[in-house]
Ligand binder design. Sequence first.
Ligand code: ADP
Ligand code: F6P
Length: 319
Amino acid sequence: MRLGVITSGGDAPGMNAAIRAVVRCAIPSGLEVVGIERGYSGLISNQISPLDLRSVGKILHLGGTFLRSARCPEFKTIEGVQRGADVLRENQIDGLIVIGGDGSFKGAVKLGKHIDIPIIGIPATIDNDVAGTDTTIGFDTAVNTALNAIDKIRDTALSHERVFVVEVMGRDRGFLALEVGLTAGAGIILVPEIECSLKKIIEIIKGYEEKGKATTIIVAAEGIGNTSSVVKYIEKHTSFDVRLSKLGYIQRGGSPTARSRLLANLFGAKAVEIFLEGAKNKMIGLQDNNLVAVDLDYACNTWKPLNTNLYELAEKLAV
Ligand code: ADP
Ligand code: F6P
């Protein structure tokens, strides 16, 4: 039996560790493993080569994905998906492990309608926006990267008594901003899921000022839209000097944390285990510290709620 493994969508720290876990669990179980390069672009252009136990050596600690990743618009067309299914058949691939986010899983679900082989998803994205799992590979690393950056920003914010708006990634969701905001001790957290008007932002900053606080760190999810306009509004309506810091792509890179590696190992091993048991079209997830297998379709087509308790706690702790 030949198992294909692919990394797709935005890369996430821990993807390499997941590939390694898949290969090193599959081969001793008698499976052949092939790596598909450059996400679905590499699939439709047949960029496939064998992986052995040694070919995944020395990658556990590296961010990114040695198989490379891509966004592939062509895969959103029926022709693209059909071509992907044909290439899997030509290469006699009996099962596919897709390491990626909800977009990659949407593609995988469509692929599963054109070829009758098991497809197993491993959630890996810094956005943590995949339903059916409490967390995703790479999320913890991105939280820590952003947190370290904000700890540094706070030094200069305090020295200059400035307000800082720190924009973090997350696409259209606020998981990253919320966890970063809480752990960084942000004065205000702005996420797309929870309404916070510009007027309210000013009230909060002025309230802090009255209590003698001359620095406020605002952690804003990129998904709220134009963060520069938030900066301009605060400057106009308070006496503070305000700066914007977009953390950007540093959040996607770097060596995966122990937590991201642990998830990668557990998810990779479980994916191979359920493939061998005959599971089809499932995604591995972590729910309340238990490894689970949920329907891939559910995982990528269900809106995952934000933990509003964390938001309320952050509000309570910011005084
Ligand atoms: P992620 O997997 O990190 O969420 P994307 O949303 O960019 O990243 O999805 C990765 C790739 O998956 C896309 O470039 C595309 O090739 C494929 N994909 C995404 N959405 C769909 C869809 N609705 N149908 C088919 N393929 C999709
Ligand atoms: O999905 C991960 C992510 O980093 C999002 O947080 C961000 O919105 C997006 O990818 C950026 O995508 P690209 O790499 O295509 O610029």
